[in-house]
Design a protein around this ligand. Structure first.
Ligand code: SF4
Length: 327
């Protein structure tokens, strides 16, 4: 694998604390628990609102998120370190040029030209996810599948077809995407609803939504699919790729847990360390070619996730050393 960065040997990082006793007892309990109960517990734990209700959560949020995701991963897969969310960038282009988005920078179109994910890559990614083994002889990724990266998914002409394919192959997953809403017509919304999309999360990049999108949100409120986010108040500097005023940046954290439970896949099928890597400086393999476990469990990927959790930034690529990201 072509690594554009290096990380020291495993021994440079403190081993994870051994909590296997707890998980082994939990494993025994889960063996006899009804599968519906396990599924409900998994979905409740994944809801971050539970974490935000904990007093003083700000300073503890990375670790709380990690603990919640490890727990959820364990009861789903029988191991604590599986991703609970996968992002697939089906199109690498957007309708806007936001000041806080790295791919809007003038020099970036050359390195990230307009591209659409090839069908064979997309289908192979979804097929691979559908084969992931779970507890109790079940299989198939059942976390959150978001069909977006740095592109605007509604300009992907195959977004309905792709959603339908993912729904067929991953019946228990939460499928959706983030969007600026510019191209989200009522007709497109209904097509996506008909093929089983779960969520379309819209962000008001101008500070507020157009009356068209507000009306759409109100008309289909009962579906629970359209989610109109509040305006952004805190921003990430995207691994140092953009300049953000200090007042808008979250306080720096001394560890990063995002890559421990999220896998990001770019338009050509390359897995990258995290969504901040707009220039694809951290390629970690391609699950459409090598399968899920060869990528997620490879040595470099595991070492980096561990270094990030332990705040060992000196062992990490430059984007992590320059990064300021909201919790
Ligand atoms: S610290 Fe690294 S892995 Fe974490 S969000 Fe920043 S760039 Fe991504």
């Amino acid at each position: 694998m072509d690594q554009q960065f290096e990380i020291q040997a495993d021994t440079a990082i403190t081993p994870e604390k051994n909590i296997s006793g707890f998980f082994s007892r939990l494993h025994d309990k889960l063996k006899s628990a009804p599968i519906e109960l396990v599924q409900t517990a998994r979905l409740k734990i994944r809801n971050n609102n539970v974490l935000y209700a904990i007093p003083g959560h700000e300073s503890w949020l990375p670790l709380l998120k990690l603990a919640a995701s490890e727990f959820s991963s364990f009861i789903t897969y029988g191991r604590t370190d599986m991703p609970l969310a996968v992002g697939v960038e089906t199109v690498a282009s957007c309708t806007r040029k936001c000041s806080y988005c790295p791919v809007s920078k003038q020099e970036f179109p050359e390195t990230r030209p307009y591209r659409v994910m090839r069908d064979e890559i997309y289908n192979s990614i979804i097929d691979t996810l559908s084969e992931i083994p779970r507890r109790a002889n079940q299989k198939g990724f059942n976390g959150v599948l978001h069909l977006n990266g740095y592109g605007e998914p509604t300009i992907d002409k195959k977004i309905v077809q792709r959603t339908e394919y993912a729904r067929k192959k991953l019946p228990e997953a939460t499928i959706g995407f983030y969007s600026n809403g510019d191209n989200l017509t009522e007709d497109l919304y209904l097509q996506l609803r008909n093929v089983g999309i779960n969520e379309i999360i819209m962000t008001p990049h101008d500070g507020k939504f157009s009356s068209r999108l507000q009306d759409l949100g109100e008309k289909y409120f009962e579906d629970g699919i359209l989610k109109l986010n509040p305006p952004l108040t805190k921003l990430s500097n995207r691994g140092g790729n953009i300049n953000v005023a200090e007042a808008l940046l979250q306080s720096p954290t001394n560890r990063c847990v995002h890559p421990s439970f999220t896998m990001e896949i770019t338009v050509d099928g390359t897995t990258i360390l995290c969504a901040s890597d707009a220039l694809i400086k951290t390629p970690l393999g391609n699950i459409s070619k090598s399968g899920f476990h060869d990528v997620w469990d490879n040595k470099y990927y595991r070492q980096m996730r561990r270094a990030l959790r332990h705040g060992k930034y000196d062992l990490l690529p430059e984007i992590c050393r320059r990064c300021r990201i909201p919790n």
